[in-house]
Design a protein around this ligand. Structure first.
Ligand SMILES: Nc1ncnc2c1ncn2[C@@H]1O[C@H](COP(=O)(O)OP(=O)(O)OP(=O)(O)O)[C@@H](O)[C@H]1O
Length: 268
């Protein structure tokens, strides 16, 4: 499903989180949003799933305006927020059972399928979540959003706090989902390495809007080739120099270099 955001503005009191943001995410793509802390990534995601409303502009998923029919959009979108909590006393499988029941989904084996898809063993699924590692919690969170077989997956920094092996394993799971389904996968991160490994296309969020967007190979290739001057500040599709410049501008030169190194560290 295609996702479109057009000239979106969102404020929280006197804080302007997004201003003039426009973004187009093609159906079936794996799309990364990269930006520093506070760039507005989570705000954008909340708008995409109708948990928040833009002050101006429009957001649509599969041609449906999210502000007009948020319910229809949420039925086909799986949204994993950055912070997810589970009731300590339940097992992973019970957590999934609760999610299945809340959504009114049938008992048709989808819980076991979701457990398998995220790489939890049956024994792990039957353990209480109070004993889960961060990586297991992330997998369980992903399993909860996979239950309804969503057309769109929106994952807000799902690898934050994972060690390099955990990041790699999580990427492999998401790659499997992207390959085996037609789902559009949108994922955000601070780390360029994650972009190169996982995504077809990416957008750099900076100064409350999309600073640049385009194919990831252009962004990543540009990053490893050295410095370049910015080529303008228009949002939307840009060439290699625009992506490279936007990424450096957003995260700073040192962070850009570290981000490239992070990619090498987590490479299999
Ligand atoms: N509920 C809220 N109330 C007030 N300000 C908010 C709220 N949500 C977000 N903001 C502000 O909006 C801006 C964008 O925040 P947002 O959480 O979307 O950024 P982010 O890119 O997801 O950051 P991070 O990488 O740290 O998660 C920040 O200045 C933040 O303080």
């Amino acid at each position: 499903m295609r996702i479109e955001a057009t000239d979106v503005r969102k404020t929280y009191g006197d804080v302007t989180a997004l201003d003039g943001l426009s973004l187009s995410i093609p159906s079936g793509s794996t799309f990364g949003i990269i930006g520093t802390n506070g760039a507005g990534k989570s705000t954008l995601f909340r708008l995409l799933v109708g948990h928040d409303r833009p002050d101006a502009g429009t957001v649509s998923v599969g041609g449906v305006d999210v502000t007009e029919d948020g319910r229809q959009v949420r039925e086909c979108v799986g949204y994993l927020p950055e912070h997810v909590g589970f009731p300590d006393g339940l097992t992973g499988r019970e957590v999934l059972g609760v999610h299945r029941a809340i959504r009114g989904l049938p008992r048709d084996g989808r819980t076991a399928e979701a457990i398998e898809r995220v790489g939890l063993t049956a024994a792990e699924a039957d353990r209480r979540v109070s004993g889960y590692s961060n990586g297991m919690c992330r997998r369980l969170g992903l399993a909860t959003v996979l239950l309804p077989d969503p057309d769109v997956l929106i994952l807000d920094e799902p690898t934050a706090g994972l060690d390099p092996r955990g990041v790699d394993e999580f990427h492999a799971i998401v790659e499997g989902i992207a390959t085996e389904t037609d789902a559009t996968v949108v994922f955000c991160s601070h780390v360029l390495g994650e972009v190169e490994r996982l995504w077809d296309r990416a957008a750099v969020l900076h100064a409350r809007r999309v600073r640049a967007s385009g194919p990831v190979d252009e962004l990543a290739a540009a990053e490893t080739e050295g410095a370049a001057e910015p080529d303008g500040d228009e949002a939307g599709e840009t060439g290699r120099d625009g992506l490279r410049a936007a990424f450096r501008e957003a995260v700073g030169d040192d962070a850009a270099r570290r981000s490239t190194a992070d990619r090498e560290e987590v490479a299999p």
